[in-house]
Design a protein around this ligand. Structure first.
Ligand code: COA
Length: 296
């Protein structure tokens, strides 16, 4: 079964840095004890089960330097493993940028081996977010370029403000996408649209991103976070086990043959039939009342 396992494991070391290991099951829950969790480049707030993660380097248009990537990896692990967190929203600080890409100053210093290591670290961080088992939505408030577009692609849904702009401009810099853009972009918008963006390095606005299926919804800037939160809370009102297994089936099924994917789906369907949540969801419908899911 291809890709049924994630190739990377992210482990925090006691000095606060992270260790990446292979291989490990993608949708696993690691119980990692995080003590005092403070970040220098992120804002992390949890309200009523929703984690809002803000990349906070507005003077550099929230560019992803190594520290941001490390802190995002820690935050992704926290989202995956903390029971109090049911879903997450990712956004950028300020009004101008979601994330304007990997930090070009860092990239300028790299050689072939640290370049590869940097790509693998960023990919592992994004994969952990993508397979955290809880819904994650990007609230794209401005430029989402290069690594910023790739960060949004690793989220399960993308809501854009009317000011958002998307692009994969790496080839203009003599590099190619390194945080999953060549893989996730064609899966989301199709090969033709993906190659157009990657090869031309063209920046597109939110409406064009919506037209090609890169974003799910475009809203006025002032409505971006409330709309994103409303969508996320709507998902959180559904059966959490059902949401988790649906995320997993779509993620893994895309890499399987149709037959394998259908079998995975049937297995999940059967598994859910053994849950109290399924009984509650169906009974609540029949009794014409709202379901109260327990995640069991
Ligand atoms: N890495 C590092 N720094 C970045 C950055 C990046 N990806 N994107 C923007 N910045 C920095 C700029 O260097 C500038 O810093 P400074 O004030 O210390 O000089 C600051 O953020 C503001 O950016 P600036 O270029 O002045 O804003 P702008 O409004 O004129 O242009 C962009 C906005 C997004 C068009 C432009 O910043 C840009 O093209 N950025 C790079 C996008 C990119 O190629 N990303 C992929 C990287 S692989």
């Amino acid at each position: 079964m291809r890709n049924a396992e994630c190739k990377w494991k992210v482990e925090p070391r006691c000095d606060g840095s992270l260790k990446f290991r292979t291989p490990h099951s993608a949708f696993r829950i690691l119980r990692v004890p995080f003590s005092a969790m403070s970040y220098e480049t992120l804002l992390f707030a949890v309200r009523d089960g929703v984690a809002v993660l803000t990349i906070n380097r507005p003077d550099k248009l929230n560019a992803l330097n190594d520290q941001v990537v490390d802190e995002l990896a820690q935050a992704a692990e926290r989202i995956a493993s903390e029971d109090a967190i049911k879903g997450a929203i990712l956004t950028g600080a300020g009004t101008k940028a979601f994330v304007a890409g990997a930090d070009i100053a860092d990239l300028a210093k790299q050689g072939p081996f640290d370049g590869k290591a940097r790509a693998l670290r960023g990919q592992a961080m994004l994969r952990r977010l993508e397979t955290c088992g809880k819904p994650v939505i990007a609230a794209v408030n401005g430029y989402a370029l290069g690594g910023g577009c790739e960060l949004a692609l690793a989220c399960h849904l993308r809501i854009a403000s009317e000011q958002a702009k998307f692009g994969q401009p790496e080839v203009k810099l003599g590099i190619a996408p390194g945080y999953g853009g060549t893989q996730r972009l064609p899966r989301i918008v199709g090969k033709g649209n993906a190659l157009y963006l990657i090869l031309t390095a063209e920046m597109i606005d939110a409406q064009e991103a919506y037209r090609i299926g890169l974003v799910n919804q475009v809203v006025p800037a002032g409505e971006l976070l409330p709309t994103t939160e409303k969508i996320l809370r709507g998902i959180l009102a559904m059966g959490p086990l059902a949401v988790r297994l649906a995320l997993e089936a779509v993620d893994q099924g895309l890499e399987m043959t149709l037959e394998e994917g259908l079998l995975l789906e049937a297995n999940h369907f059967g598994l859910l039939a053994a849950t109290r949540d399924m009984k509650e969801g169906l009974t609540a419908f029949l009794e014409k009342r709202a379901a109260k899911f327990e995640g069991r």
